[in-house]
Design a binder for this molecule. Structure first.
Ligand SMILES: *Cc1c(COP(=O)(O)O)cnc(C)c1O
Length: 381
């Protein structure tokens, strides 16, 4: 790919006003599109610009959030508060739960699956055909076999199919990825049923990929039964730049405390470190603390319910114009017939063969849904 002149980095320094002007036009272009970004799970309704002071300090959370490393220039006190809050949302006992802020959902999935295959080294990894592609990458990196299990008609991992496959693995155990909000439809796997089904292989370790749904399901029914309430669940991943809204990608990885240890990893840093990296973004942890403390459980619940209402509204409007929408229970993803290409592009829709979807994260308004429906309706006349 060629590099446009405005982006090229020259041998000599460029004047600050020129650089700012280039960036300002970048920001303006991004913001212009925002209201019409309907196909992706990132909530764009946020503002952190008054926290710009954080951009003038280097905040590096090396090692475990609970470990004090030598450099001691970190936001770990905020990170611990974030982890405790999210652990409670996930029905974990904060004292019995380890967690940290990762670079994104994929790293949080890698962390959880690494714990799972450590506990059950003979086990294969099972995930549904609708699981996120990061699971495939992770299995490849771990040199582990990934068994792809069929979905039922509602895009959920089919427990009967899982049981059949696990029966031939009797004695090896099973590491199962349950998806809490699949990427295309937002479907939520039934963790209790999957755990039962996988027991045909022996011991069961379940990792929850709640990258998409982790800040929604705690508020949309079954708040007490999801997450670590199920004893076979060992770990959980939740992306924080999706429902919450963040200017940088980040996620939370959680696991049961007995799955980590407290060895100091390297005299150089002097920290205990069960994370997958070394340096980690203290900026992300500070912004997360600010966002979560500002909303609280009550604010998150209101946001989740409002997103669900907008999804139901979108499904109704799309049905009225004959687009065959499908909305899974407790999902904010509406899947419908793929409109003409210019509509997909105008509204940044995600598409898969003859279907498209919108995700009603908080910046998606009813007005913009109406506008989408008008544009689709116009093409049908
Ligand atoms: C978004 C998503 C991921 C990946 O998370 P990133 O934060 O983008 O790395 C994994 N699984 C599911 C189900 C997702 O929706």
């Amino acid at each position: 790919m060629s590099i446009a002149d405005s982006w090229r980095i020259e041998k000599t320094s460029r004047p600050e006003p020129e650089l700012s002007a280039v960036l300002d036009s970048f920001i303006t272009a991004m913001r212009r599109e925002e209201p019409r970004v309907l196909g992706f799970p990132g909530n764009l309704d946020f503002s952190y610009s008054h926290l710009a002071g954080l951009l003038d300090v280097f905040v590096n959370n090396v090692g475990d959030p609970g470990s004090r490393e030598k450099s001691d220039v970190n936001s770990k006190s905020m990170e611990r508060a974030v982890v405790e809050f999210v652990a409670e949302l996930a029905n974990a006992d904060p004292v019995q739960t380890y967690g940290y802020v990762t670079s994104g959902g994929s790293e949080a999935n890698l962390f959880g699956l690494d714990r799972g295959v450590t506990v059950l080294p003979e086990a294969r990894i099972y995930a549904s055909a609708a699981a996120h592609y990061s699971i495939h990458k992770i299995a490849r990196l771990m040199n582990k076999e990934l068994v792809v299990v069929d979905c039922d008609d509602d895009d959920r991992l089919n427990p009967k199919a899982l049981e059949r496959l696990c029966r031939s693995d009797a004695g090896r155990g099973a590491v199962v990825v349950a998806t809490i909000g699949t990427t295309m439809t937002g479907a939520i796997d039934d963790v209790a049923l999957l755990s039962q089904a996988a027991a045909a292989a022996g011991d069961v370790y379940v990792h929850l990929d709640a990258a998409l749904g982790g800040l929604l399901v705690p508020f949309l029914g079954e708040e007490r039964s999801w997450g670590f309430a199920c004893p076979s669940v060992g770990s959980l991943a939740i992306s924080m730049h999706k429902a919450l809204g963040m200017p940088v990608p980040c996620a939370i990885a959680l696991c049961r405390t007995q799955l980590v240890d407290d060895h100091v990893r390297g005299e150089y840093v002097g920290a205990t470190d069960n994370t997958l990296g070394c340096s980690r973004s203290g900026l992300a942890a500070a912004l997360l603390w600010y966002a979560l403390a500002g909303k609280g459980r009550v604010g998150l619940a209101a946001q989740a319910r409002s997103a669900l209402d907008t999804a139901k509204y979108a499904a109704k409007q799309l049905a009225d114009i004959g687009c065959n929408p499908v909305l899974q229970p407790r999902s904010i993803i509406v899947v419908f017939d793929r409109p003409p290409e210019w509509v997909c592009r105008k509204y940044h829709l995600a598409t898969q063969s003859d279907r498209a979807h919108v995700i009603t994260v908080p910046h998606v308004t009813r007005d913009i849904i109406d506008s989408l429906c008008r544009d689709i309706g116009g093409t049908k006349r």
